[in-house]
Structure formats: structure tokens, C-alpha cells
Design a protein around this ligand. Structure first.
Ligand code: NAP
Length: 475
């Protein structure tokens, strides 16, 4: 059996303990993975701290060049990356290939951003007493960045932290999700080949409660960049003191469908938004509010399309959905569906399991207080409720603890602009699903969906410190 060690200070380091990693789909043993203790975390942070001046002094063109080499290596190893994601996350192989392409794009953007980190000049004489001074700002790297990542996009969401950290000149300690360490360990191999200095990139696998907690406590760590569930994210923020913290958390993303829109173009987008990677996407479409004029037609077409999706092995080319990340999540999903039914919801499709897979599930007439509506479902479950106006739809969308992205399909420009203004989210998608994302756009949430923004340029801002220089030209 393959033993996967820790990656610290440019070498593979043995841990005291190893834990088995199983495929969520087949239960097959994939590897024995290092289960780090606190001393291992300390070693990784010490290595990163030592690499701090090396990274801070590295010229921008060299940081860009490491990222460009990484892009080439990822392209050369794309199929292996996709296979690893399919195995560890049960992501259908075609979807996994899509994630690898996006990862390549994310690092390309990071390489470009490395070359355009700059400040501005400040007209000091605008203030009385500020005369005879030249002033400018520069952006300096923060120092050791600890990245804590979730299971659902094990390569691209890691790229959204590692890419900008390298671009900004920061060393990194990465703690990937326990279920998806293989792609991060492979990244360590590739980054080493790309010329990362020893200690500038470290991977510490193990439990969030041990590794994550230790990283949060360590004073040498200057930033925690976390993507994951709201409960863990909020706890991190409460403990982080003066560390910079970026939190990309969950959501119960919603879509409004106005009357008069062409349903045939919307349906395939909406179905893929709801069920891609079995709904385990932070901006997965969970709630749909459809105008009463088109509701029945929308439901009929949506259900037909949802029923046509293929559930199967992640390694089969034509699988649309596969297993949920754990059997516990299948149980939880079924319990939530049952609760919605008790409160009057109608199951129009799915609601049944096959092994660790849950069939695409469509619920109608769902009570807003049901967990499938007001909590993050993170499973292939979507609700479709009827509204009599877009204003009513907006009120439903905003009646949420979360606010990551929302979408609206409408032919009326005034309605679109009103929605853009009134929806309480980090991003409004007009004539698209809330699940739309390309990797350079500013991305992040309001309310319990998080703080800070990713998207390379924006993440680089979060990972740098603004420094002011004032030059007194006459004494
Ligand atoms: P999770 O359970 O919160 O885990 C995320 C990471 O946090 C994992 O590496 C986990 O380690 C670690 N962790 C757990 N407890 C910790 C602690 N006490 N201190 C520090 N770290 C700790 O989330 P998940 O189930 O992997 O991912 C799903 C969630 O991520 C959903 O809520 C989803 O919406 C959110 N998400 C958000 C975005 C976004 O960009 N907004 C994108 C993707 C996913 P272990 O694996 O060892 O527990």
C-alpha cells in the first residue's frame, strides 16, 4: 500500500501515525496517509518562517516563472490529476478534468498577478503641512500563510490559495481536507520540480482539530485562508486574534426565474447548477423561485432533465453524479428530505439512495423553515417553489443566513437592475445560475458565507500589507 508522508522543508517527512484513506464510492483503500501531530505542524511552520525572507526577496519575474512552470507541469500531468481527484473525492472523471483545466487557469492568472503588484503615489501637499514630500505605497508580502481547504475542489480551491500566496511572495503551510490529500501531495511534487525553494511550500495532512488548531495558535502564521463550512470558519475567526483571515464559507444559493423567459435554454444550466458534483459545490443551486406564469412548465422540464442524469462510478466517462463524500452525508440528506416531506413538500424526483449515491432529488412546495431550504444542503437536492412576483422571490432569497451568489433570469432590464441592487449576496448573476464562476472574478460572500474575496487579484490584496513611504524632499 502506498504510504503518503508529510511534505516539509522540501522533503518527505515520516509521521508517527498513518491513517487509511478510502474511496467514497467503492470503499477501496487508496493510501495510508500521514496523520500529523502538533510537533509536525511546528516543524512545517518553522520551515515556512525560514523561507519567508527567501520568498519576500524573490523578484516578481521569478515568482511568475515558478507559477508558469507549474502550469506546464499540470498540463503535462492533467490526466493523473483528474484521476486523483476522481479517486479521493468521487468526482466523476469528466468533471474532475474540468477542475484540472480550471486549476491550470487559476495558476496562469496567479503568474500574471505576480507581475503587477504595485502601490500608488499620494499627493501629500493636498493637506496643509504635507508640502515637500513625495509619498508612495508598496504592497509587501504578509509572511507565513496557512491554507486550510475543503474536499470538494481539492485542486482548484487549493490553487486559489497557493497561487496568490506565491504571487505575493509568501511561504505556505497547506492543510488539505482529510478526505482529499492526494492531489495536494501531488502538487508538492510538481511545485518542487517547478523550483519552489525548500520550506516555501509545505503540506501537513491530518485532522482539522489538531493541524488546523495548531496553525491558528501559531504566532508565526500571519494569515489563515480558509475554505469550508461556516461552523469551522466562524470558530477560526473567533480564535485568530490579529491574524488576517479570509473565509470562503457555505451557502444555500438561489435562482429567481421571471415570467417570459425561454425555459429551454435555462433548464440545462439550472439542472447542472443543482447536481454537478452531486450538489457538493459551495454555490450549488439549492433553491429555485419560479414565477407562477411559468412554474408548471419549468417543473415538468426540470424534472425530466434531472431524471435523465446518470449516477455511477466516478471513473466512468458518462457518469453525471457519483457518491456523496461520506455515508453520513447520505443519511443526513435522506433525513432532511423526510423532514421536508413531513412539512408538506412533494418529492418530484429522486429521494432514494443507491449505495453512497443519492439520486438527483427535486422537492416542490418546501416550507422555508425546512432544513433543505434554510441550511446548506451540500447534496443533490434542489427545491422549486412558486412565486407571484420577482419582489417575492428577492425576499425569499434574502431570507437566509448566507449570501454567496444569487441568479435571476428575466427579460426586463429594470427588474434585473432592481435584483442586482437588492439581492444580499457577494455576486449577482443576471441571466445565469448562481453557480457561475470563472477564476479571476472577485468571489466571496456576505453574512455567514464569509469574509474577504478570492479571485487572484483580490486574493493577492488580502495576502499583502500596504506600506507607506514618505520622502521629505527639503529639510
Ligand atoms: P469543513 O468540514 O469545514 O472542512 C474544511 C477544512 O477545515 C478541512 O481541511 C478540515 O479538516 C478543516 N477543519 C475541520 N475542523 C477544523 C478546525 N477545528 N480548525 C481548523 N480547521 C478545521 O468543510 P468541508 O466539508 O471539507 O467542505 C464543505 C464546505 O465548504 C461547505 O460548507 C461548502 O459550502 C464550503 N465551501 C465553500 C467554498 C467557497 O468558496 N465559499 C468553496 C467550497 C466549499 P478535516 O478534513 O480534517 O476535517
Amino acid at each position: 500500500m502506498v504510504k503518503k508522508h508529510l511534505f516539509i522543508n522540501g522533503t518527505w517527512v515520516e509521521a508517527r501515525e498513518y491513517r487509511p484513506l478510502y474511496s467514497p464510492f467503492s470503499g477501496e483503500l487508496l493510501a495510508e496517509v500521514a496523520f500529523a501531530d502538533e510537533a509536525d505542524v511546528d516543524k512545517a511552520v518553522a520551515a515556512a518562517e525560514q523561507a519567508r525572507p527567501v520568498m519576500a526577496q524573490m523578484p516578481a519575474h521569478q515568482r511568475a516563472s515558478i507559477l508558469e512552470k507549474l502550469v506546464l507541469l499540470l498540463e503535462q500531468n492533467a490526466e493523473e490529476c483528474a484521476r486523483l481527484i476522481a479517486l479521493e473525492a468521487a468526482k466523476p472523471i469528466a468533471t474532475a478534468r474540468g477542475e484540472v483545466s480550471r486549476t491550470v487557469m487559476t495558476y496562469k492568472f496567479a503568474a500574471e498577478e505576480a507581475k503587477r503588484i504595485h502601490g500608488e503615489t499620494i499627493p501629500m501637499d493636498a493637506a496643509a503641512g504635507g508640502e515637500n514630500r513625495v509619498a508612495y505605497t508598496v504592497r509587501r508580502p504578509l509572511g507565513v500563510v496557512a491554507a486550510i481547504t475543503p474536499f470538494n475542489f481539492p485542486m482548484n480551491l487549493v490553487a486559489h490559495k497557493v497561487g496568490p500566496a506565491i504571487a505575493a511572495g509568501n511561504p505556505i503551510v497547506l492543510k488539505p481536507a482529510t478526505q482529499t490529500p492526494l492531489s495536494s501531495l501531488f502538487l508538492a511534487e510538481l511545485l518542487q520540480q517547478a523550483g519552489m525553494p525548500p520550506g516555501a511550500f509545505n503540506v501537513v495532512t491530518g485532522s482539522g482539530g489538531i493541524v488546523g488548531e495548531r496553525l491558528i495558535q501559531d504566532e508565526r502564521v500571519k494569515m489563515i485562508t480558509f475554505t469550508g463550512s461556516p461552523a469551522v470558519g466562524i470558530a477560526i475567526r473567533n480564535k485568530a486574534g490579529l491574524k488576517r483571515v479570509t473565509l470562503e464559507l457555505g451557502s444555500n444559493s438561489a435562482l429567481i426565474v421571471d415570467q417570459g423567459v425561454d425555459l429551454d435554454t435555462i433548464i440545462p444550466r439550472a439542472v447542472s447548477g443543482a447536481f454537478a458534483f452531486a450538489g457538493q459545490v459551495c454555490i450549488s443551486l439549492q433553491r429555485v423561485y419560479v414565477h407562477e406564469q411559468v412554474y408548471d412548465q419549468f417543473v415538468e422540464k426540470f424534472v425530466e432533465k434531472a431524471k435523465s442524469l446518470k449516477v455511477g462510478s466516478p471513473l466512468e466517462e458518462d457518469s453525471d453524479l457519483s457518491a456523496l463524500i461520506s455515508p453520513k452525508d447520505v443519511e443526513r440528506s435522506l433525513a432532511w428530505i423526510e423532514e421536508a416531506k413531513q412539512q408538506g413538500a412533494v418529492v418530484a424526483a429522486g429521494g432514494i439512495r443507491d449505495g453512497n449515491c443519492l439520486y438527483p432529488t427535486v422537492l416542490l412546495d418546501v416550507d422555508p423553515g425546512a432544513k433543505v431550504s434554510c441550511q446548506e444542503v451540500f447534496a443533490p437536492i434542489v427545491l422549486i417553489n412558486k412565486i407571484s412576483s420577482v419582489a417575492e422571490g428577492i425576499a425569499h432569497v434574502n431570507d437566509s443566513r448566507y449570501g454567496l451568489q444569487a441568479g435571476i433570469y428575466t427579460n426586463d432590464v429594470h427588474t434585473a437592475l432592481k435584483a442586482a441592487e437588492q439581492l444580499e449576496v457577494g455576486g449577482v448573476m443576471i441571466n445565469d445560475i448562481p453557480t457561475f464562476r470563472v477564476d479571476h472574478m472577485p468571489y466571496g460572500g456576505v453574512k455567514e458565507s464569509g469574509v474577504g474575496r478570492e479571485g487572484l487579484k483580490y486574493a493577492v490584496e488580502e495576502m499583502t500589507e500596504l506600506k507607506l513611504v514618505v520622502f521629505h524632499t527639503h529639510s
